[in-house]
Design a protein around this ligand. Structure first.
Ligand code: HEM
Ligand code: NAG
Ligand code: NAG
Ligand code: NAG
Length: 490
């Protein structure tokens, strides 16, 4: 008797699960979805998107556990969607609040007025501090010099990527935020590099209960272990301590008449708005906003630089041309700086080609539908995750001639000047949510690549080739660490 009842209950539950598993009508097509798990086996690589696009069209949907995600693989539709108010939000994922004591804070995953206010504040300050201008160029040049010095230690045989790539890119953010820099082998910054790396690995696991809510019925301690929550909390505490210490130090030495950096400017705003209980200029948002700058600005830029090195190692002919141009325009006596940039179109074109072929944010940063809406006749319910597939646009044969070829010349016009296509090229996203650090990132990529290629020639170890397959990290295109050869130029 009991057995029959159990069977009956199970049958009812399964039927209910399938009933609730139904998609609302009009949703973009996609692979079959199953109760509890969603669509099986996805890796969200460019390769996979290409297969789905072929099968289901330019706008397809998948389900990850209980969340629906719509992917757009068509430049025109991405441009349309991301300029529309209906797609301006980010998904509300509680797990991203681990750094701010479970509260919503910061800019990247913020919506509405708080997002707008913080975004404007950052844009204004980055601009005032010389982002895209010459003052910041000196800061970047200093890091380039240190980078070159450090790379010289690795010229005696095959080597993995020098850690100074991470430190140099972190130092740029540290200086913007808190006028602070670290030596390439400083123990504290090396610990910080590991910390950020662990965050990146653990956050993917922490996301599980958001996508698979039924996991919440597992016993608490088991779930915490599964999601590595203890480790993440401990790491978040270390990270917060570092930021809080910088805030304390800045508070103590703040001069309202000459703010030094983002932190000073934020503290001044806090003082201005101290009587407004709803102000986003509060301590929690300060800490999280700084953390956001590190998460958005460090991994992206450092991995882009690794891609530049890998493409040069793979394309000796392109590398030689870049070096030839550097020798002609800059010579050997000084490092290239912003003053040479307009005379180095081939280098600029090469960096753009690396951004095209190996865009690190291959799926951008997820957007979310603000309310029920339509996109190209498809129904998009409120809250649906919407991503623009940048990697797909960059290899779309409707826009790029032989997209699989690495060819910097596509970014040059007939007179050999830099000429960046206006369409289907969006390594920094597009629309109101697009990257607010683009000018800074481009300047870093230019100065670092120029310094390294002036001083070194990159290659692959004897009998090996470059591994272009991405390191596993859903939605992103980060290179795998691998051995390269660094030869000093004479
Ligand atoms: C090569 C390096 C970089 C690449 C490829 C890159 C790419 C991107 C992309 C694709 C987005 C999402 C756009 C969207 O949602 O549609 C984004 C957002 C963002 N990026 Fe970057 N980025 C880079 C460097 C930086 C740097 C250096 C900073 C900061 C100093 C930065 C700060 C941000 C912020 C704060 C956002 C969120 C903007 C918002 O939600 O309003 N990024 N980036
Ligand atoms: C991801 O999945 C696609 C198709 O399912 C497959 O072709 C591709 O090799 C996979 N890539 C990785 C890195 O697992
Ligand atoms: C190439 O681009 C430069 C700079 O944008 C422009 O001044 C020039 O007229 C262009 N030349 C041709 C042939 O299109
Ligand atoms: C070819 C060469 O040696 N170029 C430069 C390498 O970088 C240093 C700065 O660290 C320059 O002074 C060199 O001229």
């Amino acid at each position: 008797m009991v057995l029959l009842e159990v069977v009956a209950v199970v049958v009812v539950l399964v039927l209910l699960a399938f009933y609730f598993n139904k998609d609302p009508p009009g949703l973009p097509p996609g692979p079959p979805r199953y109760p509890f798990i969603g669509c099986l086996s996805q890796n969200q690589t460019i390769e996979e998107s290409k297969q789905f696009q072929k099968k289901y069209g330019d706008i397809f949907s998948v389900r990850i556990g209980s969340k629906t995600m719509v992917t757009i693989c068509n430049y025109k539709t991405i441009k349309e969607a991301f300029s529309r108010y209906e797609f301006i939000d980010r998904p509300k994922w509680e797990f991203l609040n681990f750094f701010s004591n479970g509260e919503l804070a910061g800019v990247i995953f913020r919506n509405g007025v708080p997002w707008q206010t913080l975004r404007r504040f950052l844009l204004r300050n980055l601009r005032d501090m010389g982002m895209g201008k010459s003052r910041l160029d000196d800061v970047i040049l200093r890091e380039a010099e240190e980078l070159v010095k450090d790379f010289k230690k690795y010229t005696h045989g095959p080597t993995f990527f020098p850690g100074s790539i991470s430190v140099a890119t972190l130092n740029i953010i540290w200086q913007l935020v808190a006028s602070r820099r670290y030596d390439m082998d400083d123990e504290e910054i090396i610990k910080f590099v590991h910390l950020v790396q662990e965050f990146q690995e653990d956050i993917t696991v922490l996301a599980l209960p958001v996508f698979f809510p039924w996991l919440k019925y597992l016993p608490g301690p088991l779930l915490r272990r599964l999601c590595r929550e203890d480790k993440l909390e401990a790491n978040a505490k270390i990270g917060r301590n570092i930021m809080e210490e910088a805030v304390r130090e800045h508070r103590a030495s703040l001069n309202p008449d000459s703010p030094r950096d983002v932190l000073d400017e934020f503290l001044l705003e806090m003082e201005n708005q101290k009587n407004d209980p709803n102000s986003v200029f509060n301590e929690q948002d300060l800490i999280k906003t700084i953390f956001d700058l590190f998460t958005a600005g460090y991994d992206t830029t450092s991995n882009m630089l690794r891609w530049v090195i890998l493409h040069m190692a793979n394309q000796p002919e392109v590398q030689r041309r870049v070096q030839h141009e550097l020798d002609k325009v800059v010579g050997r006596a000084t490092l290239p700086s912003h003053v040479h940039r307009s005379q180095l179109p081939y280098l600029d074109a090469t960096i753009n080609e690396v951004l095209r072929v190996s865009a690190v944010a291959s799926n951008g940063v997820p957007h979310a539908a603000v309310h029920d809406t339509y996109l190209d006749q498809h129904f998009i319910p409120k809250g649906t995750i919407v991503v623009g597939n940048i990697g797909f646009c960059h290899s779309d044969p409707n826009y790029w001639d032989e997209p699989e070829e690495f060819r910097p010349e596509r970014f040059l016009n007939e007179s050999g000047k830099l000429s960046v296509p206006k369409e289907a090229f969006l390594p920094f996203g597009i629309g109101k949510r697009s990257c607010l650090g683009e000018a800074l990132a481009r300047m870093e990529l230019y100065v670092f690549s120029a310094a390294l290629l002036q001083n070194f020639t990159f290659g692959v170890p004897e009998g090996r080739s470059v591994d272009f397959s991405p390191r596993f990290f859903p939605g992103n295109n980060f290179p795998k660490d691998q051995e390269i050869v660094i030869k000093l130029r004479h």
